[in-house]
Design a protein around this ligand. Structure first.
Ligand code: FE2
Ligand code: FE2
Length: 469
């Protein structure tokens, strides 16, 4: 049977004329669909969902909207337009022409990085599998599904690279991406955060704010890569990733907004009183933030890393927004690091993870400013804040150094005793879960979250974004 590739798999990689790639993808696609059926959004196959589909990389093509059944979603393969005469922007190969094929000696390093990135994409779909059952509105349900199909497409993006550039190893890795599962005891996902369950919508919003933002920074650094197809793939993924962070930022913002409305109604900021009125008290929001932020910080890796140095030196992975720096080679630059033993000067190349973590933290601050502004405007002194990067770390120099969220050392005993003040405990989770009731009447919102300021693609908020057949 002949397949019309631009129909079934929208792409700009000339799939119709690449027989080898066609065969590889033809073999993989049914497995992907099977995985989607088993591990994708629960009980969603019959629904008509108002989704954005990428059918090209230009301004119109990348966001074409319409109602689709998710199993029929056209997961495509898109690379951002090639930049003519592009040269490598950092490291030892600075200024040399970019590679259209993976250099043999860097093959395993590239493969590992692509597999690690690829693994996070289906992982998050698995983590979010059951959230649809407790959606606070049809608008939110649609956003969840949009994020899910796009993470599915990001998996396609990485699988394309594996199939097109890594031969048999690549095909095997592509199968493995569907064989590992989030939270699986025998075959877990590669990175810790992607094995944490996301069983309520507050976690979902924190995840899309903090963890998808880690994704943004990883993609930004890979978009600098000397391997041009990887750079172009990641470049295009970033346009979609922006929506995921929008979902996180506006999601948390709407939870805060609703909490402030309830505080005003009852004339009190007492957490118990706020909870009794069915909203999430600010200290609980802070604890959820502490959990997802610290977990996401670990994704950047150790402060000092020879792996990171070699990725940079070899032109594999640059710094996010590499052009903003003056020195792109960094062969003898130093970096001042804060360690539990005091300040330490290390080679900048070895500190690339920390450089990236620093830019990430700055980016995280922006949403907090907005949420705090809302709290201030409502007339309350409370403020949400990011915990210190030393707090609750399980990778790097601060592992096993008990500190409070401000980063001040505390005894092991105090650390363990006070942890329920700092991250969500059993009773917080039970309370948040108790709020998770499915609301699917067009325009209606669950009581713990404010409606969004506007709908999707200029449609009204009460549009029937998901028709649950
Ligand atoms: Fe993604
Ligand atoms: Fe994402």
């Amino acid at each position: 049977m002949s397949i019309n590739y631009s129909e079934r798999i929208p792409n700009n990689v000339d799939l119709a004329n690449d027989r080898t790639l066609q065969r590889a993808l033809e073999h993989w696609q049914p497995r992907f669909l099977q995985w989607w059926k088993e591990m994708g959004p629960h009980d969603s196959a019959r629904a008509d969902v108002y989704l954005r589909t990428a059918v090209g990389v230009d301004a119109q093509g990348w966001a074409s909207y319409g109602a689709v059944k998710m199993p029929d979603y056209r997961w495509g393969i898109f690379l951002a337009d090639q930049i003519p005469d592009r040269t490598i922007g950092f490291g030892d190969h600075f200024g040399e022409p970019v590679w259209q094929h993976v250099p043999g000696e860097l093959r395993s390093q590239f493969r590992r990085i692509i597999v690690t990135q690829g693994d996070t994409e289906p992982a998050s779909v698995e983590q979010q599998q059951r959230l649809g059952l407790t959606c606070p509105s049809l608008y939110d349900l649609r956003n969840l599904f949009q994020v899910n199909v796009e993470e599915g497409r990001h998996l396609w993006a990485m699988v394309y690279l594996l199939h097109a550039h890594f031969g048999r190893d690549g095909r095997e890795e592509a199968e493995e991406l569907l064989a590992r599962h989030s939270g699986d005891v025998d075959k877990p996902r590669i990175l810790g955060t992607f094995n944490e369950p996301i069983s309520d919508w507050l976690s979902f919003f924190m995840f899309t704010y903090f963890t998808d933002r880690d994704g943004k920074f990883q993609l930004k650094s890979l978009a600098e890569s000397g391997f041009d197809p990887l750079a172009r793939t990641c470049h295009f993924m970033l346009t979609e990733e922006a929506h995921h962070m929008f979902v996180g930022e506006t999601g948390v913002g709407r939870v805060v907004k609703r909490t402030l409305e309830v505080m005003k109604e009852i004339g009190s900021d007492d957490p118990v009183a706020v909870r009794n009125r069915g909203a999430v008290d600010l200290p609980t929001i802070q604890r959820y933030m502490n959990f997802w932020f610290t977990s996401s910080l670990d994704l950047f890796g150790s402060e000092v890393s020879s792996n990171a140095a070699s990725s940079f030196a070899n032109g594999i992975k640059g710094r996010p927004d590499e052009t903003q720096y003056e020195d792109h080679v960094c062969s003898d630059a130093a970096y001042e690091l804060e360690t539990p033993q005091g300040r330490e000067s290390v080679s900048l190349r070895n500190a690339m993870n920390e450089v990236m973590r620093g830019s990430y933290i700055k980016d995280c601050e922006l949403g907090l400013k907005r949420w705090n502004m809302a709290i201030q405007r409502a007339g309350y002194d409370a403020r949400l804040s990011l915990p210190s990067a030393r707090f609750r770390r399980s990778i790097g120099a601060w592992v096993n150094v008990p500190t409070d969220p401000a980063g001040q050392p505390v005894s092991r005993d105090e650390y363990e005793r006070r942890m329920p003040e700092w991250i969500p405990g059993e009773s917080d989770r039970a309370f948040v879960h108790s709020l998770m009731q499915r609301v699917v009447e067009p325009g209606k919102m669950a009581g713990w979250i404010a409606p969004p300021d506007r709908g999707v693609n200029n449609l009204p908020v009460d549009y029937e974004y998901v028709k649950l057949n």
